[in-house]
Design a protein around this ligand. Structure first.
Ligand code: MEV
Length: 752
């Protein structure tokens, strides 16, 4: 029997690190990365650890002493994959979340509701005891946050107090690039404090004042007053950290952390390390999401530092999860028939089996098709398959792909398995910014030079952005809207105004076009230039998905080639594409085999994605490969792709097409950004599969039997005839329709 899943969130310190150890009150918020305890047959799931065993032992002894509760089943496993950043774990409290999830799971199994405040109080006590037993040292704030969720005011030895997260405050997270060694920093600071108690007392007093000042700002509802208090508090806190650093020698404020903190301060925002410092996580505060996005853009451009997606804060604590993490490693999946595969996908995703009828032929009925486009005379069916083995940012995905070309799905699944051997794909996204364009042309008669028009538009920038926002109040309410406005002189008599818009989880075409149309007459009036085209740009280079992977050479070995030889061949194939646009076009076709198939399956506009991808490939003036491969010093193969990803999970065909809707559900992508990351990962995997085949035995051999299958079906083979005919075609080394017709006739006459 499948037991239900229970998850617990990670945490981030908003303020009060170090000071909390000296008795001050810290503010800690629960963040949207969760540890999930659930039954899972994933062979990659880590085995029980001392921590999970301790958590289980505490629950078991609690339950054995309680009346009216059932005994727990065996220790379940816990998935903390979503805390990964590349090969390391982000400092978001994954071990505390894991303990909380294990405790919550086994309490739930014994019939207690992990969302009930009384049960949570029990869970907190048990999780804290287990965590202290195994980890020791810390304040326990992370465990409290994992159990209770939301934002809590935490003082050691006291019951944590929940406090409401202010609606005006946006919190951003940045990766300062190195793991923090919390325990050793805390220890170094403690030893230094014993050596120089006066200096330690000064520094902690400063950190305590910072925490109090911060709490005042956090509790208020005025954004201006609140942000000013947060800025002052954070500046005081960072000074206090520097004092601890001088005192202890622990490198708490690293150059990367300083770069983020300084850049935020220059933009009127506040940023500080979250946790012990020394790398890892930096938290930034702003009154608008747009300011955090701008900070992210600058940090990326000037320092190569990245934001950690958009992490929600003050999220719920322990809770039951409808859809536990699945394993995409479904060995033998391809051998199951269509029904068996549907059973397996339904079981893994917990989507009701009868809903798979939405994937039956004819599920898009003629009436609906007739409403979608004009002059309809029928529908066109394509095979819809599921690619296996994909693991992205520590989370497994079953990836729906719609494509007519044999071997694309098998190749992507195979390559994903090789990439999985190196930890899977690591992905991040730009903010969902797209461009709406208004073309302006010079008036024939009047004297209106381009500089005058440009100056007039710049002077009205704020009003124009506000006008753009007025077109989509709901988008603005969800945190999206106009972000920037640029004017480019394309020729003495032609300008273009690019309005950068945050589209949130929509692909954005409609909303961008409306913005362009609303701005056009106003731009025309203020410049006396004539408004021409008003339309989005499909070159979505502000909205890219970036995916990397690192493959151990052993995973690439096979078919008579060593892993090292295959890896070297793939790196050389990448160079070939980087040097030659003729090769780059075919290389990118292989990438788009995967990308388009996912776009099509999920009802996204694949022409827009194609246009964006190829325009991006040519953006430097030379047509370049979208995905590239290099060998690292250890001989591992490192792949990278950046792909404009103008895709959404709301609106468009994703809504109206029943198969696309179900495909999106199977995939389980929670945002447009995540869908874009999946597409880029599938593109990278498709490219790896193609290059590996090309750099070793060549593409034809592997393709032969798959191609023969398509030819056999085309010739009319059915049921057991298909395999027999494929075999004969391959043996005859002539995979052609006419030959298949003859061989099929022979086959049938033999069996009569
Ligand atoms: C075929 O659909 C795609 C390939 O041509 C891609 C490539 O050459 O890299 C195999």
């Amino acid at each position: 029997m499948t037991r239900s899943a229970v998850s617990a969130p990670g945490k981030a310190f908003l303020i009060g690190e170090y000071a909390v150890l000296a008795g001050a009150t810290a503010l800690v918020t629960a963040v949207g990365r969760r540890a999930v305890a659930a039954d899972c047959d994933d062979p990659d799931r880590p085995p029980a650890s001392p921590l999970t065993e301790a958590a289980y032992a505490h629950v078991r002894s609690f339950l054995s002493e309680s009346t009216g509760t059932k005994a727990p089943g065996p220790l379940t496993s816990v998935d903390t994959g979503s805390f990964a950043a590349g090969a390391r774990k982000l400092g978001l409290g994954s071990s505390a979340a894991a303990v909380a999830a294990i405790v919550g799971f086994h309490l739930a199994e014994a019939g207690l509701d992990p969302e009930d405040p009384e049960v949570r109080a029990i869970a907190l006590r048990l999780a804290q005891a287990a965590h202290a037993q195994v980890q020791g040292g810390g304040s326990g704030a992370d465990v409290a946050c994992a159990v209770l969720g939301g934002t809590i005011a935490f003082t050691r030895g006291e019951v944590p107090t929940p406090i409401a997260h202010p609606a005006w405050l946006h919190v951003g997270f940045f990766d300062a690039g190195a793991p923090a060694d919390t325990a050793s920093f805390v220890q170094q600071v403690r030893v230094a404090g014993e050596r120089d108690p006066a200096a330690y007392a000064d520094a902690t007093a400063q950190l305590r004042r910072a925490a109090e000042l911060f709490r005042g700002g956090y509790l208020g509802d005025d954004p201006d007053i609140g942000l000013t208090a947060l800025r002052d508090a954070v500046a005081l806190h960072n000074d206090g950290l520097r004092a601890l650093q001088r005192l202890s020698g622990a490198p708490i404020v690293t150059p990367n952390i300083a770069a983020i903190v300084d850049q935020a301060a220059r933009m009127g925002l506040a940023a500080k390390p979250s946790g012990a410092g020394g790398g890892d996580l930096v938290v930034a505060f702003a009154a608008r999401q747009a300011d955090l996005d701008l900070l992210a853009e600058r940090l990326q451009r000037e320092h190569g530092l990245h934001a950690i997606g958009r992490l929600p804060v003050a999220v719920p604590g322990l809770r039951r999860d409808e859809r536990p993490p699945l394993s995409s490693r479904m060995s033998g999946f391809f051998r199951l028939g269509v029904d068996g595969r549907r059973d397996a996908v339904a079981a893994a995703t917990r989507i009701a089996r009868d809903r798979f009828a939405a994937l039956d032929p004819g599920s898009l009925d003629l009436g609906s098709a007739d409403n979608l486009i004009e002059n309809v005379i029928g529908t066109l069916e394509l095979p819809l398959a599921v690619a296996t083995n994909f693991r992205i940012n520590g989370r497994d995905f079953l990836v729906p792909m719609a494509v007519e070309e044999a071997s694309v799905v098998a190749a992507a699944s195979n390559a994903a398995k090789m990439i999985r051997a190196g930890g899977g794909f690591f992905a991040r996204s730009d903010p969902p910014w797209m461009i709406a364009q208004v073309q302006l042309t010079a008036p024939k008669s009047a004297d209106a030079p381009a500089d005058g028009a440009v100056a007039a538009i710049h002077a009205a920038r704020a009003d124009l952005l506000a006008l753009a926002d007025s077109a989509h109040p709901r988008l603005v309410a969800r945190g999206g809207g106009a972000r920037d406005l640029l004017v480019r002189v394309l020729a003495p008599d032609m300008l273009v105004v690019d309005v950068v818009v945050d589209c949130q989880d929509a692909m954005g075409a409609n909303l961008l076009n409306t913005i362009a149309e609303i701005l056009a007459p106003v731009l025309s009036d203020m410049t006396r230039w004539t408004a021409g085209l008003r339309i989005l740009s499909n070159l979505a280079d502000r909205r890219r998905a970036h995916v990397t992977c690192r493959v151990p050479p052993g995973a690439l070995a096979g078919r008579g080639f060593s892993g090292a030889a295959a890896a070297a061949g793939i790196a050389s194939a990448s160079r070939f594409a980087e040097l030659d646009p003729y090769r780059a076009a075919t290389h990118n076709k292989g990438v788009m085999n995967g990308v388009d198939a996912v776009a099509l399956a999920t009802g996204n506009d694949w022409r827009a994605i194609e246009a964006g991808a190829h325009a991006y490939a040519g953006l430097t003036g030379a047509y370049r490969p979208l995905a590239t491969w290099r060998l690292d010093p250890e001989g591992w193969l490192c792949g990278a792709i950046s792909l404009p990803a103008a895709v959404g999970v709301v609106g468009g065909a994703t809504k109206v097409h029943p198969s696309a809707r179900l495909a999106l559900e199977i995939l389980g992508a929670t945002s447009g950004a995540e869908l874009g990351q999946v597409m880029a990962a599938v593109g990278l995997a498709s490219n790896l599969a193609a290059l590996r085949a090309l750099a070793t035995e060549g593409i034809q051999r592997g393709h032969m039997s798959l191609h023969a299958r398509a030819v056999a079906l085309g010739a009319g083979a059915a049921g057991p005839e298909v395999d027999l005919l494929v075999h004969r075609l391959v043996e005859a080394a002539e995979i052609k329709h006419d030959r298949a017709v003859v061989l099929l006739r022979e086959l049938r006459s033999e069996s009569r």
